[in-house]
Ligand binder design. Structure first.
Ligand SMILES: [Mg+2]
Length: 193
């Protein structure tokens, strides 16, 4: 099974690092739980332009994307996604990393961060239209993707994060995703996948 996994917000603590820098620079005290909107600037109470000017400087000049730590349980989560399923004696899944990062500015930083992660992913794609990369299931934290995936009848699992809480529906945690996909892949193999 091909599992498409977003990087920022799923594996790397992007919002946490943005807030650490924002708080330090503007003497603020935002926490991740304050980020109830996917668009960070809305939760910070500034204009998009103000935020983007600051943000681009942090990415291009201050290496923001190099410094992103993985979430504490992210590496365990990835290994669990990979398998193996004991009774099948194989690694049934491929991890496909999908990121909307701007390739021009972030390719080198992203490669470096993934080297530190030391995880055997199959592919890395820089694209906003993540649905164009063929996967059996997608894991992301961007609620704006929901509509398009639904329309295309593709399976998107939107992780439980502060910025997905205001949307209707229930959102899975790392553990519930692993349990669900474990069942799904077993069923696929039973059906001759
Ligand atoms: Mg994300």
């Amino acid at each position: 099974m091909r599992i498409g996994v977003d990087l920022d917000g799923i594996i790397f603590d992007y919002v946490g690092e943005v807030l650490r820098r924002w708080n330090a620079e503007f003497d603020a005290s935002f926490e991740e739980t304050d980020m109830t909107d996917y668009e960070i600037w809305k939760s910070l109470g500034v204009s998009k332009q103000t935020y983007m000017e600051w943000y681009e400087g942090e990415v291009v000049e201050e290496g923001l994307l190099v410094d992103l730590p993985p979430y504490p349980d992210a590496e365990t989560f990835l290994w669990e996604l990979l398998g193996p399923i004991e009774e099948l004696d194989i690694l049934p899944n491929d991890i496909i990393f999908l990121t909307a990062r701007d390739c021009q500015y972030s390719a080198a930083d992203t490669s470096w961060a993934l080297e530190q992660l030391d995880f055997p992913f199959k592919e890395l794609h820089f694209c906003e239209a993540k649905w164009r990369v063929d996967c059996d299931v997608y894991i992301d934290d961007n609620p704006h993707l929901l509509h398009r995936f639904k329309k295309l009848n593709k399976e998107l699992m939107l992780l439980e994060r502060p910025w997905t809480q205001h949307i209707e529906g229930t959102f899975p945690t790392y553990n519930s995703i692993v349990t669900y996909l474990d069942t799904k892949v077993k069923r696929m193999y039973d059906n001759g996948y």
